[in-house]
Design a protein around this ligand. Structure first.
Ligand code: HEC
Length: 187
């Protein structure tokens, strides 16, 4: 019996050890996460801006529709991580949050409501992997596709968006709102 109790305690201890990161490790994952976010944001927004210039909202939306997910997958492969953008109000249901992401989204969202600056976080996720999360805030330039319909987002643009995404929830945002999070899992 004592042996079983010991084994139980040992496995609990091992389990809890694997569940924490040292401060140094967390710092390193945070730096890597920040770099990957910067790189992915730069590629996404650079391409989006040139498509806007080339063909306005219709072409830019088509670009997001056909290229956003392949682009994050391409960078995921190159960086050997798994990169996802998710939100409490998604446009593409393929970006819907997991239960764990939902908790993080709610945490960031309540911090923003309290006007506290939402810093990126690193924690061990349910599958035991280091996981980086960073907030994505709404900027003015996002509103033509994520703002209020018939205000910043024209009815015409909205109907183009709805033709690609009939279940679109990602409208009605204001500058400074939490648009979503980056969710990056390390191997
Ligand atoms: C030209 C229109 C357009 C602009 C401008 C735009 N987006 Fe989007 N956004 C989209 C489309 C379309 C999708 C769906 C992409 C997909 O299919 O994965 C999307 C998806 C997202 C997602 C993924 C989660 C989801 O809802 O599916 C985030 C996060 C996001 N946008 C944030 C932003 C931010 C932040 C800005 C401004 C810096 C921005 N977007 C500007 C059209 C736009």
């Amino acid at each position: 019996m004592i042996r079983y109790v010991f084994l139980l305690l040992l496995s609990m201890a091992l389990f809890s050890c694997s569940k924490t990161l040292t401060r140094k490790e967390a710092e390193l994952f945070k730096e890597r996460g920040d770099q990957i976010v910067q790189k992915t944001t730069a590629e996404l927004s650079g391409n989006l801006t040139s498509k806007m210039k080339e063909g306005g909202i219709p072409l830019a939306v088509e670009y997001c529709n056909t290229a956003a997910l392949p682009l994050t997958s391409k960078i995921s492969e190159a960086e050997k991580v798994s990169i996802k953008r998710t939100s409490l109000k998604t446009r593409n249901p393929l970006n819907d949050p997991s239960e764990e992401e939902l908790k993080v989204l709610k945490k960031f969202s309540s911090r923003i409501k309290k006007n506290a600056s939402p810093e990126p976080i690193v924690q061990i996720d349910q599958s035991g992997k280091p996981h980086y999360y960073a907030p994505i805030l709404v900027e003015k330039k996002c509103l033509m596709c994520h703002g209020t319909v018939d205000k910043e987002l024209s009815k015409n643009a909205d109907s183009i968006i709805k033709s690609f995404y009939p279940n679109d929830l990602a409208v009605g945002f204001k500058e400074g709102d939490l648009r979503g999070i980056w969710s990056i899992s390390f191997p």
